[in-house]
Ligand binder design. Structure first.
Ligand SMILES: Nc1nc2c(ncn2[C@@H]2O[C@H](COP(=O)(O)OP(=O)(O)OP(=O)(O)O)[C@@H](O)[C@H]2O)c(=O)[nH]1
Ligand SMILES: [Mg+2]
Length: 307
């Protein structure tokens, strides 16, 4: 499993529910039928229901309607193919890989609201990097929730990666400070900082995040090199709204879209693409540490339409 190349089977498996809701529905609607204005209206309804978002849906459907009226797309099969290709074309070939600093160490700060999957995602990234031969240290900077430090400690033991933790209630910026010292002293490649869940409206907690960032920046040039916002795909359009507010407040550079395996709302990735400037970089497709994939638009859309 690599953070830089998607494994199609894993993406497909993780997107089964979404595929049933989008690909499956559209196939049963379109296959073997002649395209019509009514069918195009129906496609629009289905795409919106599948969390693709109003704006992207309208663009897709307008494009399809133009193709239909000009006679270039006449069969249901062709409409399906048109939708797939237009969806894929929405992501230009920009880099979605997580940042790896030219000089060691790279610092990745993981943020987001409560329960979205931050700690699990830290474990997943740690495992992938370790499997690729990099050394990793995780910092348990969630000193707020009882059990959070223990949760990350279990992962660090299981995965065999170093950990720096503070006592419950300790200043998370102090944990980040100690962790930065440790990666420098030990010559570790990547520092992953897990943080407590917070809402963008909780000013004191957002200030705490700024303090963590500042501490990291002082210790390590360019840090944090990546600020990953973890979103819970099962929350659909709410996740988009959350991301819009959070991204501005926390200097987010990428999105880790977690829990895709548990939802039919994978179309949300299209809405995120339309509505946010921040790219989805990684996707979570299960609860195990190996259940992470880089976001690859072609693989994702193929999986969304897979049978
Ligand atoms: N199915 C599925 N479950 C996931 C995924 N990622 C995380 N989870 C589950 O979501 C739950 C919450 O995960 P955590 O990693 O503890 O979430 P968190 O954001 O760190 O939570 P707080 O620290 O309390 O804010 C756990 O039960 C995870 O196993 C995923 O990709 N798929
Ligand atoms: Mg956590």
């Amino acid at each position: 499993m690599s953070l830089f190349r998607a494994a199609f089977d894993a993406v497909r498996k993780g997107l089964q529910k979404t595929a049933a809701a989008i690909g499956g529905q559209l196939r049963s609607l379109l296959l073997g039928r002649a395209l019509s204005e009514e069918l195009i209206d129906e496609i629009e309804t289905r795409l919106i229901a599948a969390d693709v978002g109003v704006k992207a849906t309208r663009e897709l459907v307008d494009g399809l309607r133009a193709e239909f009226r000009s006679g270039r797309v006449a069969r249901g099969e062709d409409a399906l193919e048109y939708l797939k290709q237009s969806l894929k074309a929405r992501w230009p070939a920009d880099s979605r890989a997580i940042a790896v600093a030219a000089q060691r160490p790279t610092v990745v700060l993981v943020v987001g609201v409560n329960g979205v999957g931050k700690t699990t995602s830290v474990a997943k990234i740690a495992k992938s990097l370790k499997d690729e031969g990099r050394t990793v240290l995780v910092a348990a900077a969630d000193t707020f929730r009882a059990g959070a430090v223990a949760q990350l400690s279990v992962w660090s033991e299981r995965l065999g990666v170093d950990i720096v933790k503070g006592k419950a209630g300790a200043d998370p910026a102090a944990v980040a400070f100690d962790a930065a010292d440790a990666v420098i002293a030990r010559g570790i490649d990547v520092l992953l900082v897990d943080t407590a869940g917070r809402l963008h409206t909780q000013e004191n907690l957002m200030r705490e995040l700024t303090k963590i960032r500042n501490v990291l920046a002082k210790k390590i040039p360019g840090a944090p090199h990546e600020v990953l916002l973890v979103l819970d795909a099962t929350s659909g359009q709410n996740a988009v709204q959350q991301a819009r507010l959070f991204a501005a407040a926390a200097g987010v550079t990428g999105i880790f879209l977690a829990k895709l395996d548990g939802t039919a709302r994978g179309g949300i990735v299209v809405a995120i693409r339309e509505e946010l400037a921040v790219p989805v970089k990684l996707i979570g497709v299960g609860e195990r540490p190996e259940d992470v994939q880089p976001f690859d638009p072609d693989a994702f859309i193929e999986a969304m339409f897979a049978q």
